[in-house]
Each structure stands twice: as C-alpha cells, then as structure tokens.
Ligand binder design. Sequence first.
Ligand SMILES: Nc1ncnc2c1ncn2[C@@H]1O[C@H](COP(=O)(O)OP(=O)(O)OP(=O)(O)O)[C@@H](O)[C@H]1O
Ligand SMILES: [Mg+2]
Length: 583
Amino acid sequence: MSIIPKTQLALLRNLVAYVVRIRPDAIATTILGVVSSAMELAALTSLIPLSQLAGHQAIRDGSFWHRMPMALGFLPGVKFYAMMFLLLLLLRTITQTAAGVLTQHLNRNLIAHFSARTLEALVHHLTFAQVQKESIGHFVTLAGDEANRAAQIIAALMKLVPLVALFLLYIATIVIQSWKFGAGLFVFIFVTVLCLWGAFRKSHALGQRQQVESRSLNTHFIESLSGLRTVRSLTGEQFVSMRYDQMIRAYARTCFSIDALNQISSTMPTVLLVSGLLIAVSQFATPEWLTGFLPAIMVGAMMVLRLLPLAGQTLDVAMRLTADLKAAENISEMLEVVKSAATLKASPLLNLEEPITHIAFDNVSFRYSEDTLPVLDRFSVAFEAGKSYAITGPSGSGKSSVVDLLLKFFQPQSGTILVNGRNVATLSDTSLRQRIVLAEQAVRIFYDTVQHNILFGRDGAPVDVLDALETVGLRDFIATLPDAELTLLNFQGSNFSGGQRQRVGLARALLHPSDVLILDESTSALDHKTREKILSTILPCYRDRILIFIAHDPAILARVDEVIHLQPSGTEEIHKPLPAMAR
Ligand SMILES: Nc1ncnc2c1ncn2[C@@H]1O[C@H](COP(=O)(O)OP(=O)(O)OP(=O)(O)O)[C@@H](O)[C@H]1O
Ligand SMILES: [Mg+2]
C-alpha cells in the first residue's frame, strides 16, 4: 500500500521527466540543494571535536578529527575547529540562498510555462466538444491556480530531495555516534509515519475538494461579471453575492483544513520525540550518567533540535505534494494534449490552395452528443460560387450548426461535407478557415481597441480597418470617439450599442476578402436603412463568390438566389425566389 496511488506516482515521474527535459537546470539546482544540506551537516558535525575539547577531553591521536586538520596542514586545536565550523556555516548559507533563488526562478518559469501550455491546448487543440464539457471556471482554475500548484509540486520535490538527504544524513550521524540512540530514532520514525498515514490521505482528498471548489467559484465570479446587466435587471445581486459568499467561505475552510493539517502533522514528530525523551529521562537516566555524557548530550540535543524542524519541513513539503497531486494530473493532461498535437503534425492534412468554388453537404447526419436528438438528419445541400444563399428556419433547427460543421468545429456522425470535391475531414483547419469567413450570431467583443477588435491579429493596414468601418456604416461614429479607432472597447463592448457591436463583428468579417462569407443573423439588430446600405455593398462585392446569409428577414430572403428552409429535424427544402422578389 502506498500513500500515493501507482498511477499518480507514474504521473509524478512523467511530470518530473518533462520538467527535466525543458529545464535541465532543475537537476543542477537540486544537486546544489543537496550539497548545501551536506554543508550544514558537516558544520554541525565539526562541533563534535569542539565539544570534546570544551569538556576537557583530548582528541585521540589517529582519530578522524586529529588526522583531518593535519592532512590540511593545520594543527588540531580549538581555533581550527571553530574556523572550520564558521566556514562551513558560511558555505551552507550561501549555497542555500543560491539554491533557493534558483528554485524560485524555476518555479516562476514553470508557472508561466504550464499556464501558457494550458491556453495553447485550449485554443489550438481541444475540440469544441471537449471545451464545452467543462465550466469556464475549470479552465480559469487550470491556467491559474492549478498551473501554480503543479509548479509548486516540482519546487516541493526539489526541496524534498535535499531535505530527505539531510534528514537521512543526520540520522546516519546519530547512529554512528550512538547506535542505541539510532535504534530509538528508527522506532520514532516508524511511529511517526504510522500516525501520519491518515493525515496524508486526508490531505490528498482535501486537495481534490479544493480544486472542485475553486472551479465553481471562478465560474460563478466570471458569470456574475459577464451577466451583470442580467443580474441587476433581475435584481439578483443579493442572490449572486450570497452564493459567492458561501462558496468562497467553503473554499477558505478547505484551504484552512489543508494548512492546519500540514501544520499539525509537521509538529507531530517533535511532540512524539520530546514526549518519548521526557519519559526516558525521567524513568531511566541517572544524574551521573547525564553528567558524564554532557558534551555528547549537548551536540546530540543540537542535532535533535535541528532534526525535528527538518522532519517537520519534510512532512510539510510531502503533505503539500499529496494535496497538489490532482492539479499536477490536470496540467499533465494539457501538456499531453500539446505534445500529441505536435506528433500529429507529422502527418499533416492537405492545405486548401485554390479558391473555394463548390461546397456540398452529402447526406450529413449530426448530433452534438449521444444523448441528444439529431440536429441534422441526412441533410444535403450545395453552394456554388457566383450565387448567394439564405438559410432560414425556426430557431433551433440547426442553421448555425451547418456552419459549425463546415468550419470543422464539430464532425458529423455520417455523411460527408465536400469543399471543391474534397472531404473537409482531409483538409487542414487553418487553410479551410482562412477561406471561409463567418460573422457570428453572437458577436464577441474583446477588451481591446476598436482597431485590434477588427484586425484581430491578422495583417491589415489601419486604412483597411477604416474601409471596413465605412462599409458597415460605423466610420463616422468611431471618428467621434476620444481616440477614434484606437479607443478601448469596454468589457464585452459595453460602451457600444447592440447594433454597433454587431457592425464591429461585420467589419471584422469583411476586412479580408474570402471565398465564402457567412453572415449568421449579422444584421438582425440593425435598422432597415443601415441594413440596406450594408447589403448593397456586400452583394455586388461577393457576386463571384459564395455568400450565405442565415436569416429570417424577408428583405434578405428576397435578395438572394436560393433560400434553404431548415426544418427542426434538418429536412430542408430549397426554394428559388420569384424573379420579381429577387431584386
Ligand atoms: N454547442 C452545442 N452543444 C450542444 N447542443 C447544441 C450546441 N449548439 C447548438 N446546439 C443544439 O443544436 C440545435 C440547433 O442549434 P443551432 O444553433 O444550430 O440552431 P439555429 O437554427 O441556429 O437556431 P437560432 O435561429 O436560434 O440561432 C439546438 O437544439 C441547440 O440546442
Ligand atoms: Mg443560430
């Protein structure tokens, strides 16, 4: 039976191997820690001859303490031993500080690395289905708290190695000095570990609970903030803050339980040993015996006094390690996702080099999960360059899902989606998405300038941004803002109206020419005149390409070449508008 289950030991091993691979300096830092520990022991051991001299005992000729100074060209005497003690103490302090600084440096870098890899896994590699399974707090906790705790595990291990080494060295020194005392120590260690067994298991369980609570409260916090208007309009402030209060208190209680458990466990060895010694001295030691061994007892006492905090520290680190194991597991999963994605790149998908001229859904059936109804059932449709389309149908009939499938956000369970006659499954996501631009139904506004919200990391000159703003009729409004297109948009674009946010989304989609433009309810919040103006610019622009509207608006349905009616089951009908209605 082990405190840490086998699978988690393997996980810990993998995590350590990963860290050593990306940061080989971790080994050097750990070795420095061990060297520093050895210095401490050497310094304390050098007190042995000093205590003998202080007790008027001679240093025996030929003994180690006699031979050692001679070998170094010094006379064995108080001055040499005192200097040796001070020198070793100095070296111990310097190496300990250096190891501490290096560990901190590594720790901060690891936090940054784990957090960045988590976002990378999330943004680049996890499927939408995998992301949607989790709450928003899950990922926030993962990239924050858990990245931190996983890095702490490495720091804890780096501390644990020198601590355990030092602990064992102390014990070895004590055993060499007196085997009886050593035997007593082994009994003490055995009893201590037995007493702490339950505490280790509890610490692990509490670590898991802490994680679940941290995720829930992060989710609640973010949702309260992003839904602030809803919260206030429903007068739900009290409800929201009371719930958060309860959650954060429960979380604080769990954190406290972990801290208290660590604290109590780390003082357990002291309590056990001191009680044992007290009983032994009161029952067995005679005053003569104690006086005769006074110098040895003094050094022994110093060693024990040092050994006890050391045992406490070792336990504290070990407890933290067990509490943080779950975080290490989750971070390892993210590292694995990034690693396997890099391996997959060895068999790249095809790049779509030519413009998209033809898209076909051939008998596509799709459901988001096993336990939900199908959204599309043997759905077939074709889109060709040179034509405009409108997909319409009741809410929830699967219009946006058609786009999700085309952009490979989800995979259909059966049927094929063909782009220029090639199955999209064989095409690289990036090359496909660079040619198909979607203006989303719910426009996301990022906490950044208007310009960055429109460019969003893509190439483009400021003048292109102004042109896009002109097309969507926002240029004049933006010019009135304090910093024009460099004005910062508030959280969720709250300093813009709904229609203005929608037009920022449109401008973002129109910035770069694409082969396929999909506008998912992108003009639904606009007045008739603005919408007409935008349509009159876009329609001629996309005359040779594929333009797809997802809309209910009769004005849009009347202006496209083909209307696709989606029924809730996904059974579609295609209507061609009457010529009189068409323009
Ligand atoms: N990411 C998702 N995960 C699970 N189910 C989803 C997801 N997105 C949509 N659905 C479900 O799929 C069905 C079709 O949704 P979709 O968004 O495609 O409808 P829609 O026709 O665009 O509706 P609307 O006109 O209201 O925008 C709905 O029943 C919806 O609940
Ligand atoms: Mg929709």
